[in-house]
Design a binder for this molecule. Structure first.
Ligand code: NAD
Ligand code: TYD
Length: 355
């Protein structure tokens, strides 16, 4: 039996590395992991699979068409799961250019390279091929106090990040309708868990708390996000890739709506118990109000009914169990955090792959 090959883009990032670890452990796929290694790419997150012969890493920018063509010709994959992106809203506000480049131009370039390869496949391989585009619920804009995002909610992106992801979703849709490329798209709510870069809310709060730094709360802290443990997302991605119907969109969410203040208070009280501060004070004392994020979306919440009904997926973790696992991981992996905070994680990657 020949083992089948799958391309994963962005596999050195937070969600991509969780998906790679899952697929190495729980599938037969050989994975070609295509990642540019931006600041968000970290090969230390792939340490447990680095020696596995079913994991092949390629430092490649998805905006480089010739490099992608060579990878397709060499590895002849049965599908692509596309996660590579610039992913942080605050960075998109301060500098949108990279978001336009990677999320829009990069997705376009990857779609075209995929289409060229896919068009030349034999009929059976052509119809079983999948291009799975991984996206966000932020494309739907902001909710008021009531309601949930469904797969038919109109697109109303508000940040440069979500606008660039919305653009990429539209490109994927057009490549399906115009060229017949068999695509599926999934739109997921906020993820948290091990190996998340400490610029996003939960790892930022944990790492700041552990080093005694202020915990910056944007505005009143009453914005709501719907939190999903990253391994639950990775399991959903595996199912959507393997069983999703071409042309369909699947929303993925944890049904765990929390205000930012609820999240921060939970983190502080768990840390008070697990790693009490030496001065006897509570981590809650580090909470600090700061200026609000411009255009800050008020509330996100996902109706994940379709993926549950059609593909049988539901999350395994509650917010309480997921957050406990997450804190446990950050407390047990001070080296990973230290290397990220000091920038040391880049040193050996740059030695191997250049700047
Ligand atoms: P991340 O920022 O942790 O990782 C992104 C990865 O993409 C990094 O490894 C980076 O090196 C790589 N990359 C960036 N530009 C590239 C390029 N031009 N070519 C090749 N690789 C490149 O992101 P994440 O949080 O793991 O998110 C992964 C995907 O999931 C993104 O598409 C994001 O929009 C989507 N998503 C994220 C969340 C979330 O809560 N983090 C929620 C829903 C959807
Ligand atoms: P973030 O993790 O950046 O995800 P997103 O903006 O994609 O939802 O932020 C989650 C929420 O936390 C969002 O409402 C902004 C807020 N936030 C803070 O209050 N302080 C912070 O330092 C960060 C990074 C986020």
């Amino acid at each position: 039996m020949t083992l089948k090959t799958l391309f994963i883009t962005g596999g050195a990032g937070f969600i991509g590395s969780a998906l790679v670890r899952l697929l190495i452990a729980e599938s037969d796929w050989t994975i070609v992991n295509i990642d540019k290694l931006t600041y968000a790419g970290n090969l230390e997150s792939l340490a447990t699979v680095s020696d596995n012969r079913r994991h092949v890493f390629s430092r490649t920018d998805i905006c480089e068409r010739e490099a992608l063509d060579s990878l397709f010709a060499e590895h002849r994959p049965s599908g692509v799961i596309h996660l590579a992106a610039e992913s942080h809203v605050d960075r998109s506000i301060h500098g949108p250019a990279e978001f336009i480049q990677t999320n829009i131009v990069g997705t376009y370039t990857l779609l075209e390279a995929t289409r060229a390869y896919w068009s030349a496949l034999a009929a059976a391989e052509k119809s079983s091929f999948r291009f799975h585009h991984v996206s966000t619920d932020e494309v739907y804009g902001s909710l008021g106090a009531e309601g949930l995002f469904t797969e038919t909610t109109p697109y109303r992106p508000n940040s440069p990040y979500s606008a660039s992801k919305a653009s990429s979703d539209h490109l994927v849709r057009a490549w399906l309708h115009t060229y017949g490329l068999p695509t599926v798209t999934s739109n997921c709510s906020n993820n948290y868990g091990p190996y998340q870069f400490p610029e996003k809310l939960i790892p930022l709060m944990i790492t700041h708390a552990l080093s005694g730094k202020p915990l910056p709360i944007y505005g009143k802290g009453d914005n709501v996000r719907d939190w999903l443990y990253v391994d639950d997302h990775a399991r959903a991605l595996k199912i959507v890739f393997e069983r999703g119907v071409p042309g369909e969109v699947y929303n993925i969410g944890g049904n765990n709506e929390k205000t930012n203040l609820e999240v921060i208070d939970t983190l502080c009280s768990l840390l008070d118990r697990l790693r009490p501060r030496t001065d006897g004070r509570s981590y809650l004392d580090l909470k600090t109000s700061v200026a609000d994020r411009p255009g800050h979306d008020k509330r996100y919440a996902i109706d994940a009914g379709k993926i549950n009904r059609d593909l049988g997926w539901k999350p395994q973790e509650s917010f309480e169990s997921g957050i406990a696992k997450t804190i446990d991981w950050y407390l047990s992996n001070p080296e990973w955090i230290a290397h990220v905070v000091s920038g040391e994680y880049r040193t050996w990657m740059e030695k191997q792959y250049g700047k």
